[in-house]
Design a protein around this ligand. Structure first.
Ligand code: ATP
Ligand code: MG
Length: 548
């Protein structure tokens, strides 16, 4: 692992810091499902720990009771395990530290570095000043330590209404960094917490809680996204003020968040999609959540590979989603068995065929496993693979023309059958019995090869084809009005696809390449009577093309 964070760790170790080993953490707030951006953070934090023979904690940063839920706590654990990482017995909840955090707030107050303020939220905002003007001190700022301790204890005891008082750090109202202008560190809110119930009426603010949670757990490197860079001075001020040793206490290091073209990586917006039912749920295969990508058929190996390839940067940039798809395709190309399926069937009668012949078919070009596919008088081919008036370069089937059926024979189209409206409903063809693929007689060379299924043996399947939920502008940015810009064709359901019978007993989560069509995965909605597949990605790799 080489990235600037690892270099910082190396420097720290050389300087004799962190003699007890490296400890990182992944600190999700349980207010939504994990998405591809979180995957980058998971891979980075667990990756740094593994690389340095250290450990990585899973910490639920649940200090904001209003939006949090156990459903999210469960899904986050499932997703991290699925991604391939293990926190062992190191699962923590920030809410377990509420009494410790309270004690630290008391200690800070005792040291004269925090005060209880009576100003309202609006007043505090108005007093804060701007980037160009210094802030104004609150009239409560110079309360005595005794009075502050007393008021803070009474805040905890429930003597004041929600919002009536707050505890603030006492730093510098004229600081050029607005985060240092006496930030609020505790507020009163009578909300039931999913972990601590009604025990607490006061809750710590994120900027106060996070450094202390890190310190309590013995985190050495607290890795977070760039927007927290301006918060680092407070992080350090707090740990300094409470006397944590600089050689062992955590340090915050910021890296660029992951943004992807065509992809929403805001939990708030993803939640809106779910709540307003624009998608079928958090695990809708169009969602960039880990549960959505899992259901879509993206593999953990592909996502880890992607996170490794994009690296860790110090400035934000937009990554092309085609690169993620490229990683998925590369993994599935190696691992998915090949089968034949027809999404838009056209019937073909092979007039010189009788009975059923079982034809040898390899499951994968680089593995020895194989199967036999039934070949019969009536088959289905893809409607697109026939053209009545075909251009010269059309190497599939046309009237009087020939094409090879994969694993089978070369066929010739002798007759096109149409309905009263002139639609092609059936083709009559003959096979060249000497042209069997891999057969004893010399193989005739022919340009086109198409896939097919036996009409008698094929299984019906529902196939769900996905496209991006949102399309991006020329620079790859998401549109402002993302609900208005949702792609109406992001899900197309093919009700009556046909698939070869070898997949009859397949299980949810199994991957296939449907020859010539793309990679597919068996959806969890599947039953032996009703097979359901999701298209994972098509075969065409726009990322590879970009690089060539
Ligand atoms: P919120 O807006 O709700 O805070 P969040 O995406 O920051 O959303 P957290 O649960 O706080 O959600 O995130 C957990 C960890 O994942 C944090 O350390 C955060 O920095 C990291 N993370 C979140 N989004 C991304 C992203 N797009 N790229 C990289 N890391 C991310
Ligand atoms: Mg966050």
């Amino acid at each position: 692992m080489t990235n600037f964070i690892q270099q910082e760790i190396d420097n720290d170790l050389k300087a004799g810091k962190y003699v007890n080993g490296i400890v990182t953490r992944f600190p999700p707030e349980p207010n939504g499902y994990l998405h591809i951006g979180h995957a980058k953070s998971v891979c980075l934090n667990f990756g740094l720990a593994n690389f340095n023979n250290g450990v990585c904690n899973l910490r639920f940063d649940d200090t904001n009771p209003t939006k949090e839920d156990v459903e999210y706590v469960d899904s986050i654990q499932e997703d991290i395990k699925w991604l391939g990482f293990d926190w062992g017995d190191r699962k923590f909840f920030a809410s377990d530290y509420f009494s410790k955090l309270y004690d630290y707030a008391v200690e800070l107050t005792r040291r004269g570095l925090a005060y209880v303020d009576d100003l309202s939220a609006e007043e505090i905002k108005a007093y804060r000043g701007t980037l160009t003007e210094p802030g104004k001190e609150s009239p409560c700022r110079n309360r005595s330590v005794e009075e502050n301790l007393n008021l803070f204890a009474r805040m905890k005891a429930g003597e004041f209404a929600d919002g009536e008082k707050v505890l603030r750090a006492k730093i510098d109202m004229a600081s050029p960094n607005i985060n240092m202008r006496d930030p609020v560190i505790y507020r009163i809110t009578r909300t039931t917490h999913h972990h601590t119930g009604d025990e607490w009426l006061i809750y710590p603010m994120y900027d106060f809680a996070h450094p202390l949670e890190d310190a309590i757990e013995g985190i050495t490197h607290s890795v977070c996204t760039l927007e927290f860079e301006d918060h680092r001075p407070f992080y350090d001020w707090l740990l300094d003020s409470l006397g944590f040793d600089v050689n062992s206490r955590p340090r915050q290091i910021e890296f660029a968040r992951l943004d992807l073209t065509n992809t929403i990586t805001s939990k708030r917006k993803l939640r809106q999609l779910v709540e307003e039912k624009h998608v079928r749920g958090w695990d809708d295969p169009r969602m960039p959540t880990l549960s959505g990508m899992r259901r879509r058929g993206f593999t953990p190996a592909a996502i880890r590979d992607f996170c490794e390839r994009i690296g860790v940067a110090k400035s934000n940039s937009l990554v092309d989603v085609a690169m993620l798809e490229h990683c998925v395709r590369e993994d599935l190309n190696k691992n998915a068995d090949r089968v034949m399926a027809v999404l838009n069937p056209l019937k073909v009668v092979l007039t010189n065929v009788t009975g059923t012949e079982y034809l040898y078919a390899e499951n994968h070009p680089s593995r020895s496993a194989s199967r036999y596919v039934p070949f019969t008088r009536e088959i289905f081919i893809e409607r697109d693979d026939f053209m009545e008036e075909a251009p010269k370069k059309f190497f599939r089937l046309k009237p009087g023309g020939e094409v090879r059926l994969k694993y089978a024979y070369i066929i010739k189209c002798n007759e096109v059958v149409k309905d009263a409206a002139g639609n092609v409903i059936e083709l009559h063809c003959t096979i060249d019995p000497t042209s069997k693929q891999g057969g004893e007689t010399a193989n005739r060379k022919i340009k086109g090869t198409i896939h097919w299924v036996s009409a008698e043996h094929a299984l019906k399947a529902e196939v769900r084809l996905y496209d991006y939920l949102l399309t991006t502008d020329e620079r790859g940015n998401l549109p402002e009005d993302f609900i208005g810009a949702l792609n109406p064709n992001s899900l197309i359901v093919v009700e009556n696809a046909l698939i070869e019978p070898s997949v009859r007993w397949t299980a949810a989560g199994t991957h296939y390449q449907f020859l010539r069509l793309g990679y597919f995965v068996v959806d969890k909605d599947t039953t032996p009577e009703h097979l359901v597949f999701n298209r994972v990605v098509g075969l065409k790799d726009s990322w590879a093309k970009v690089r060539d």
